[in-house]
Design a protein around this ligand. Structure first.
Ligand SMILES: NC(=O)c1ccc[n+]([C@@H]2O[C@H](COP(=O)([O-])OP(=O)(O)OC[C@H]3O[C@@H](n4cnc5c(N)ncnc54)[C@H](O)[C@@H]3O)[C@@H](O)[C@H]2O)c1
Length: 349
């Protein structure tokens, strides 16, 4: 099979990871990069491929099979529309766009032109997250009752050298929680409303360093989530799963999913239920280890993108799906600022 010709927009932190993945995969070839920075141009030279300052020109001249968009969030809409106009399927880094309005515009354009967009919510391609969703969908846990999650990490001081990371919008709610919200939606179904308390009491920047979130799922299940970037711990998917890029692996759990029949800890994939069906709290529990494959999240994502380009699979995360995740995260932010319960529907207008 001829390798798919891929172009990459933006070779910053995550763009370079995409470049390595595409170059290392036998079925994909990185043909060009678009980046405006001298660093980006030097990187392209290192790889021996052209670097364009204009992504439109890159698309027109290289006519790729697919594009990966790893540009700043505010540029996702324009870059996405440029791909759609040229009929180029894309892997768009998360969030789908910087606002719900822009995200919906992108979703509508993708649907109208039948040009697929795969949103880069990479965790959905992870073996543990896939297995957790399967366990819920197959009814192994019974009706979902209560969900709990954590993302507790300690960001280094130099992370905050960039001014925008100290300002509202640059913190764990809008930058990091989006991955967990997407996983919880994927595993447990749509979130209906949220409440939240945010705190900046540790770093004392304008932006929050810590937050507690309460969720009501459309199914009737309830959930809580704790997030902080000021706590050294193994309790985050990035560290616990061993699947994330640039994090050490410490096997632990970050999600606990409680159903009427059993509860599941992710990513260790320990499922607990009573020995006897219908058992109760005074009766013995047994642990079953749920199987998960040993595949790699980012490779899985790239292989899925290749299947999307070839028209073999619909995107696992469409722009519309990504919009629901974005809306839920913006709802958490609004709920914390206005100290009230916010329905996701309110964010969708
Ligand atoms: N899925 C993940 O794990 C993950 C991780 C990090 C970032 N992201 C997402 O990826 C995107 C990029 O984040 P990042 O941290 O890599 O950002 P970054 O700032 O490190 O990189 C962005 C790159 O885009 C380039 N750029 C800016 N304007 C441009 C233009 N007009 N034309 C071409 N290039 C331009 C910059 O020079 C820079 O190299 C964001 O949407 C972010 O949310 C996802």
């Amino acid at each position: 099979m001829t390798p798919l010709r891929i172009v990459l927009m933006g070779v910053g932190l995550i763009g370079r990871e995409h470049a390595t993945l595409v170059r290392n995969h036998p079925r994909t070839e990185l043909v060009a990069i678009a980046d405006v920075s001298p660093d980006g141009q030097a990187y392209a030279k290192e790889l021996g491929i052209p670097c364009y300052a204009s992504y439109e020109q890159m698309l027109d001249e290289t006519k790729p099979d697919g594009a990966i968009v790893a540009l700043p969030n505010q540029m996702h809409l324009a870059a996405g529309l440029a791909c759609i106009e040229r009929g180029v399927p894309m892997l768009m880094e998360k969030p789908v766009a910087d606002t719900v309005t822009a995200a919906l515009q992108l979703a509508k354009a993708s649907e109208a032109a039948s040009v697929p967009i795969l949103i880069g919510h990479h965790r959905r391609h992870s073996p543990d997250i896939r297995a957790a969703r399967r366990a819920v969908q197959d009814g192994e846990l019974g009706q979902i009752v209560a969900v709990n999650g954590m993302w507790l990490v300690n960001k280094p001081d130099n992370y905050f050298a960039a001014e925008w990371r100290r300002r509202a919008g640059g913190g764990p709610l809008l930058i990091n929680l989006i991955h967990d919200i997407d996983c919880l939606r994927f595993i447990c179904g749509e979130i209906d409303s949220v409440q939240a308390i945010a705190s900046n009491s540790i770093r004392k920047f304008e932006v929050e360093d810590t937050a507690a979130v309460v969720m009501r799922f459309a199914s009737g299940a309830v959930g809580t989530f704790l997030i902080s970037d000021a706590v050294p711990s193994p309790y985050s998917w990035d560290i616990a799963s061993g699947q994330a890029l640039y994090f050490p692996h410490q096997p632990e759990d970050c999600y606990f999913i409680g159903g009427r029949k059993a509860s599941l800890a992710v990513p260790t994939m320990n499922l607990w239920r009573h020995e006897e069906q219908g058992g109760h709290w005074q009766q013995p529990l047994v642990r079953k280890h749920m199987p998960k494959d040993r595949s790699l999240t980012y490779v899985n994502q790239l292989e899925h993108f290749a299947a999307v380009i070839r028209g073999e699979q619909p995107p696992l995360v469409t722009a519309r799906d990504g919009t629901m995740t974005l809306a839920a995260v913006l709802a958490v932010d609004l709920a914390s600022r206005e100290a009230r319960s916010v329905r996701i529907a309110e964010m969708l207008g």
